[in-house]
Design a binder for this molecule. Sequence first.
Ligand code: CA
Length: 493
Amino acid sequence: MIHPPLRRMPALALLVLSALLAALLSAGTGPEAAADEAGARAQPVLHEAEDGRLNGTVVESAASGYSGTGYVTGFDAAEDSVAVTVPDGPAGLHDLVIHYRAPYGQKVASLQLNGEGAGDVTLPATDTFSTVAAGKVMLQEGPDTITIVNNWGWYEIDAISLTPSEPRPPHQVSGVPVDPRATPEARALLSYLAAGYGERILSGQQDAASVRWVEENVGRTPAVAGHDMMDYSPSRVERGTTSTEVENALAWDERGGITTFVWHWNAPAGLIDEPGKEWWRGFYTDATTFDVAAALADPQSAEYALLLRDIDAIAAELKRLQDAGVPVLWRPLHEAEGGWFWWGAKGPGPAKELWRLMYERMTGHHGLHNLIWVWNSVDPAWYPGDDVVDVVSADTYPPIGDHGPASGTYDKLVDLVGDEKLVALTETGSVPDPDLLRAYEADWSWFTTWSGEFIDDGEHNPLPFLKRVYEHDYVITLDELGDWRSHPPAGTG
Ligand code: CA
C-alpha cells in the first residue's frame, strides 16, 4: 500500500525524490544512515509566554515550576490574550503543545494562528505546570504569531512548544462492515469509501430542499444527501406528523447518490410540551422527563418496551430502503456525549447500551443488513466498541468565517479507532477549506453541511467559497462518484 501523501505527489516530485535518493546512495551513504536520519524525531522548540505580547493579561511568577522568567495569567475579559511570536523557522505543519497550569479545574482556551481562529483547546485541571497537545498548526515562511485567547479563563500559560509534525502513517482502514451479513450494496459502499479515504472528500448536504439549493446556486450536486427519521418517531406520529424522508432517499438513490440518515429520536414518552419545551422538541433532554438509564435498567418496564417500539418503527422505514437495495450511512444517537439529547443525558453507559440494543434489534430481530453504523462521539469513554461501529464521526459548528480543517478533532477520532475505521465530518456549519484539509492531513471521508441558514445565508458559507469547494479537485460531487455500487467489496481479494 502506498502512503497517501506519496500517491498525491506529482510525478515530477517523485522523479526528483528518486534522483536524490540515488545520489545519496551513490555518495556512499548507506540505507542505514538514511533510515537513521528519517527515524530521528525533530526536537520541540519552546517559546515562553511571558515574552509574548500581552493584551489585558499579566506576567506572574508566584507559582513554582514554570520555565523562563514567569507565566501569563489574568485572562478575565473575553478578548484578553497573549500573542507569542514564533521567529522564522521551517515552514509546514507543526504539533503545538501548551505548557500551562489550571489549578481551578478543567478550562478551555481559544487559539489563533496569525490572527485567524485555530480552534479551542481543553486544558485539563492541574495544580502543577503541565503540558497538553493542542493540535497542529501550519507555520508559514517568516515569523508566525500564535495567540491564546481567554474563553473560560482561570489558567496560567507558561510557554508553547512546536515540533515539526511527522507525516501521517498509512491508514489501516479495512472497509469491511462490522455486520457479517451486510448486503452486497452496504459492502460495496463501505469498500468504496475506504478505497478513496485520504485521497478525496465526498461533498454532502443535509435535507432535500438544501440539496436543491446547492444544485441551483452552486451549480454542482453533492455526492451524499442527508435525511432524518425524526418525523417517523412514534411520539410525533401520534401527534400527527408525516414524513417523506424515505421517499426522498429512494429518489436520491435513483440519481446515484449516497444516502445518510440521522434520527432526531423524539423521546418515546414524558414529553413536557410547554412553551420552549414543545412536544416537537422532544429529542432534547430538557423537553422530556424520559429517563434512558431507568428504562434500560429494567427490561420488563413499560419504558423499555417503548424503546423497542420506537426502534421497531424506524426499522420498518429502513427496511423499505433495504428492499430497494439502498445502503444507508446510519447515524442514530448522534452527539450523545453532548448530553443535550435525552439518549446522552445519563452519561456514556446508557448511551452505549442503547446503541448495542439498537444494533442487535435491527440486525438480528429485523434482519437489517443495509446499514453502515456511524458513531458520532469523540470521547473514548462513550465509544460503544469496535464490533458495532463502522465509521466514527463528529459534528462541528465553528464560528462564522472559520473554514479550518478541524484537524484536532479528526486526529482524536483517528486515535479513538486506532486508524482502523473511517472518520467522517457528519454535520458542519462551516464547510472546511479543501486546501487546509490536505495541508493538515485531515482526511475526513465526507462532510455534510447542515441545512437551511448554514448552507444558504451567505454568511456561514459564502457562495463564492462554496463554488470553489465544489469545483475543487479534492472534493467529489455526484457526477464524479462513479459506480460505487459495483465497487469490489473489501476483504474478498
Ligand atoms: Ca514561562
